[in-house]
Design a protein around this ligand. Structure first.
Ligand code: AHR
Length: 525
């Protein structure tokens, strides 16, 4: 049999194993002799929109705040994010990006105009967190900028001047203005988004209209720093779809196939949120049971089909996979917490979200030859957040710990892992019982991630490893007492990773996965 994709086995198991018999043991086979694509570190990117308390309070408290901060940026959040080695942060939106005018957010803060954030609740925006504050935040957490240009209500000239302000190395008027604002050196800008959801909040454009805008912005909005004209060049990302239909991707990729020297792009974005009951009837992020858990995970696995569909179109126009697919908004979109501003999109984050995050990251990793970027929505206090804050308090969510456990996968080499996923069924919803990915880490270690989706039953794993002789292994696992276990300000350590027992004997690895758990094993060859 040629097909070695784990999902194939999962699919076969779903078809062939009715009625479902609970597997006590899952056998895995990792092939270290056949490395695949590099798992781009940008798969682990974050998204920080000017929305609710994502930026204001979540990151920015101002230099005069009693909350410990460095130049207005809270220290507790910075030190937590440094641990995640965040590769890039997408900012300022989202829908907000297409109403943002960058000039309002530079210069002395007491002179900046108050504007309305009409994208998110019509609240007053002091513009205190602007371009220089964002770049300072990135320097503090050790990350890179993914800037979203305003295509909806801005102009190519405005966007081009923004890029000049950020990146010009020569002494232009805008570079001097940047220096006067405290930063003589150009800022690195790793990624530039040309619009956001231009088929909806970004201007409700038709595919053809967007393609004309894309060509103009791509031609005239550039990184002016010669140091970013080589291997570190800024990648331009075109708007892609947020729906399974492929008409939009067809239009964008067809245009790309015929592009000339004057314009180009490097990636197409894709947005997909997990909303098992649709946007009109959102799930609760608190106090739910196994039924909701299984339904949500089933819904999140649609990401796989979505990617395949878009990739089929991209392969038609770009068989060499020059253009990356960048899922720059993904995650669980639950109902806002009762009593909070519904436009602020504040939700709790449970063990269910952690399992969901691992399943999505694993899908991206399996598609690493095309998927070279992803940004979870969103970083702090918004949607599936890494961090929740309330005044001076901060708590790290179960999803935060998934990103921390996956750090070794950044820039690792994909390795095939074969297994019979078996089936976990609850309330008529059938899912693969386990999911797994493997990789060769930058330090030469073999990495294995295994998710046990089954909410009630442990799974024993035995794995053989082709192409390496394993000497030792250690494992870390994340689980909780229930599928809806959460970390709170009062009990911040309810869902935190702990070490797990793992055995290497005769070159084979064995361990037991707790129910509803995510485990990363690091194997020393
Ligand atoms: O992440 C919240 C919003 O979801 C973003 O602003 C928008 O791009 C998407 O619809």
């Amino acid at each position: 049999m040629k097909c070695k994709l784990p999902l194939f086995f999962g699919f076969m198991a779903a078809i062939l194993s009715l009625p479902v018999i609970a597997a006590e043991n899952v056998h895995l086979s990792i092939d270290a002799s056949r490395p695949g694509a590099r798992i781009d570190r940008n798969l682990f990117g974050q998204f920080a929109e000017n929305l609710g308390h994502g930026l204001y309070e979540g990151i920015w408290v101002g230099p005069d705040s009693p909350i410990p901060n460095t130049r207005g940026i809270r220290n507790d959040v910075v030190s937590a994010l440094r641990e995640l080695k965040v590769p890039n942060v997408r900012w300022p939106g989202g829908c907000f990006a297409d109403q943002y005018h960058w000039r309002k957010g530079i210069g002395p803060r007491d002179k900046r105009p108050a504007t309305l954030n009409s994208a998110w609740g019509g609240v007053v925006d002091t513009n205190a967190f602007g371009t220089d504050e964002f770049m300072d935040f990135l320097e503090q957490i050790g990350s890179h900028a993914y800037v979203s240009a305003n295509v909806g209500s801005g102009t190519p000239q405005e966007a081009s001047e923004w890029l000049e302000y950020m990146t010009a190395a020569q002494p232009t008027a805008l570079a001097k203005e940047r220096a006067a604002n405290g930063h003589p050196d150009p800022y690195p800008v790793a990624l530039l988004g040309i619009g956001n959801e231009s088929w909806s909040c970004g201007g409700d454009m038709t595919p053809d209209y967007y393609v004309s805008q894309l060509k103009i912005y791509s031609r005239f909005v550039n990184n002016d720093n010669p140091a970013q004209h080589g291997p570190d060049k800024m990648l331009k990302i075109a708007v892609g779809p947020g729906f399974p239909e492929t008409e939009w991707t067809e239009a964008v990729m067809k245009a790309w196939q015929h592009h000339d020297w004057s314009w180009d792009f490097d990636g197409v974005s894709l947005h997909w949120y997990t909303t098992p009951n649709g946007f009109a009837n959102k799930t609760s992020s608190l106090n739910f049971g196994e039924g909701d858990y299984a339904k949500t995970l089933k819904s999140t696995l649609f990401m796989e089909d979505f990617l395949r569909k878009q990739e089929t179109v991209m392969n038609k126009y770009d068989p060499q996979k020059k253009v990356a697919l960048v899922i720059d908004e993904w995650g669980a979109w639950h109902a806002p917490l009762p009593g909070t501003n519904p436009d602020f999109l504040l939700q709790q984050n449970s063990l269910r979200d952690a399992v969901l995050a691992s399943l999505n990251l694993n899908i991206f990793v399996r598609h690493a030859d095309r998927v070279r970027g992803a940004n979870i929505a969103q970083m702090i206090n918004v949607l599936q957040a890494m961090i929740l804050t309330d005044k001076d308090k901060m708590v790290l969510t179960p999803t935060y710990y998934i990103f921390k456990m996956y750090v070794p996968f950044q820039d690792a080499m994909f390795l095939p892992v074969m297994f019979d996923a078996d089936t976990y069924t609850h309330g008529g919803v059938s899912l693969p019982r386990v999911d797994a990915i493997a990789a060769k880490g930058a330090d030469g270690r073999l990495l294995l991630e295994i998710t046990n989706l089954d909410a009630e039953n442990p799974v024993t794993i035995d794995a053989d490893m082709l192409g390496i002789t394993a000497k030792s292994a250690k494992a870390e696992t994340l689980t909780g007492a229930a599928v809806d276990s959460i970390n709170t300000f009062a009990s911040p350590n309810t869902v935190v990773p702990k070490s797990a027992a793992v055995k290497i004997q005769d070159g084979k690895l064995s361990l037991t996965l707790e129910p509803r758990s995510v485990t990363v094993v690091s194997i020393e060859p």
